[in-house]
Design a protein around this ligand. Structure first.
Ligand code: NAD
Length: 503
């Protein structure tokens, strides 16, 4: 079956290659389940080496014309895609919620508008910002250009599927590349709808291709392809290691946006209500957010007050069907993932950690719903205190000294984000400067601007995307030197001449 009807929306579940819907060469499919009730909602084409080959070939064929398309025309087409996203926003929201279980209200009001914004932002940025003033070297003009790199393979995870995919697709296309997108097998549907929207917007065939499939099959085959000029990946550290090994064989440049175990620090001088409200937000998307501040560090003197307010607020959260606007916490993505989350929790309990909240599945709701969980009395070196759980599970530590909390916060294999709450501006500056993280939020959380760099330190990633950083990654940055008119002396611009000058 090639078209599935999901929540009333028709989704073509075949690959999108060279402007055509195609089944896998061997007609293989896999089942896509909704985390809301476990029902099979679609059979999805299961790609492999043949589809990777076909998609890269289509992208290679489309590249010269797309790279040569005037930036203003590329920008116009990206805006047309954004228009299509806005027109079909409700369909995208309901399909995404059904597919990955995240809240309909955030898809309607946050995520899908942001998908459209991803296209608008990089379209405008391309036209208005990209450029560098020429500069002179002994009368010769240096001209820096951002040339499209070629075929980009973009691999995205399931926790914010379309938002994270388009955060890669938009700058890659804006820069003049052609792309092959491989969405997660646990949330494949909105990538298919994006292909329709792009085609309706007039994007030429082969410029955007979507290969569906399992990571180790379709994803691995795409990364290993010699025709690929860039791989951008968002996902877990173990997968990133596979991808990095494979890309290294071809020397393919990589951008890796990976996991985290971010510190969330609350000083006694903080606005406690604000800090608690933000701490509870770390359970958003059932804790399936890479940036979540899952290690809470609360100053000892306010610990009891913080915990009391935190528990009260968390208990007031409504867990249930994510299609209901009133729901605050939905299900986990998949039975395998839930079992993994529960494994962390049960091992932490066995090791003697104290459960302040939750500690297991939500038995009343059944299915994939897991209770928001808070541990304390946790050894800072233990698994629960150091590993990324990627579920609604936080650990609480206390501290008394600034140096102590900075050292504890930085004592992590990760470095994606850090969040701190304090009423003292100087402390905010002092502490934030010492934290190792790609993004530090002081007295706020999740404020994102596409002009800002985004990425992780340490094992949270390699490279940065956003604004200019995206274009630096998706382009070959080239310097061209023009001789002045009438210039004839071969020695003037030479290394010899330069070293004479430096002497
Ligand atoms: P994952 O690593 O299991 O899968 C991510 C993608 O990689 C999927 O599309 C999958 O099919 C593909 N894949 C799997 N094996 C592959 C292989 N061998 N070769 C090529 N592709 C392969 O991650 P996930 O479970 O989908 O997502 C959760 C992880 O993503 C968490 O660790 C989370 O922190 C991280 N994440 C990071 C960010 C960020 O911006 N830093 C954002 C969201 C999620």
């Amino acid at each position: 079956m090639s078209v599935a009807v999901v929540a009333g929306v028709g989704v073509d579940t075949r690959h999108w290659i060279g402007g055509r819907r195609v089944e896998s060469a061997d007609a293989a499919v896999f089942a896509d389940h909704s985390p809301i009730d476990g029902a099979v909602i679609a059979q999805i084409s299961r790609g492999g080496a043949a589809e990777a080959e076909a998609a890269v070939a289509a992208a290679e064929a489309a590249f010269p014309a797309w790279a040569a398309t005037a930036p203003a025309e590329r920008a116009r087409l990206l805006h047309a895609i954004a228009d299509g996203v806005e027109k079909r926003l409700e369909e995208l929201a309901i399909v995404e919620t059904t597919d990955n279980g995240a809240l309909i209200r955030s898809h309607r009001r946050g995520v899908m508008p942001r998908v459209a914004h991803n296209f608008r932002f990089f379209a405008d940025y391309l036209v208005s910002q990209l450029g560098h003033p020429d500069f002179e070297t002994r009368g010769h003009t240096n001209h820096v250009s951002w040339d499209p790199a070629g075929v980009c393979v973009l691999i995205s995870p399931w926790n914010a599927p379309l938002m994270l995919a388009t955060w890669k697709v938009a700058p890659a296309l804006a820069a003049g590349n052609t792309v092959v997108l491989k969405p997660s097998e646990w949330s494949p549907l909105t990538a298919s709808l994006l292909a329709d929207i792009a085609a309706e917007a007039g994007l030429p065939p082969g410029v955007l291709n979507v290969v569906q499939g399992i990571g180790e099959e379709a994803g691995a085959a795409l990364v290993a392809h010699l025709g690929v000029r860039r791989v951008s990946f968002t996902g877990s550290v173990p997968t990133a290691r596979h991808i990095a090994r494979s890309a290294a064989a071809n020397l393919t440049p990589l951008s890796l946006e990976l996991g985290g175990k971010s510190p969330f620090i609350v000083f006694a001088d903080a606005d406690l209500d604000l800090a608690v409200a933000n701490a509870v937000e770390q359970y958003d998307n059932a804790g399936q957010v890479c940036l979540s501040g899952t290690r809470l560090y609360v100053e000892e003197s306010i610990r009891d007050e913080f915990v009391a307010r935190f528990i009260e607020r968390t208990k007031a959260l409504r867990q249930g069907d994510p299609r209901d606007e009133a729901t605050d916490i939905g299900p986990s993505i998949h039975p395998e993932h839930l079992a993994r989350v529960d494994g962390f929790v049960q091992r932490a309990k066995q090791s003697g950690a104290t459960v302040l909240l939750g500690g297991g599945p939500n038995e009343e709701l059944g299915g994939l719903y897991y209770r928001p969980t808070l541990f304390t009395d946790v050894d800072p070196r233990s698994e629960i205190a150091t590993a990324e759980v990627f579920g609604p599970v936080l650990v609480l530590h206390t501290f008394t000294e600034e140096d102590e909390v900075v050292a504890a916060a930085n004592d992590s294999a990760f470095g994606l984000a850090a969040i701190l709450f304090t009423g003292d501006r100087q402390r905010a500056q002092r502490v934030s400067a010492r934290l190792v993280a790609g993004t530090v939020w002081t007295n706020c959380f999740f404020v994102r601007d596409l002009r800002a760099p985004f990425g992780g330190a340490r094992q949270s990633g390699v490279g940065r995307e956003g604004g200019t950083w995206s274009f630096d990654f998706y382009c070959e940055v080239k310097n061209t030197v023009f001789a002045p008119a009438g210039w004839r002396d071969g020695r003037e611009g030479s290394v010899e001449a330069q070293s004479r000058e430096e002497d």
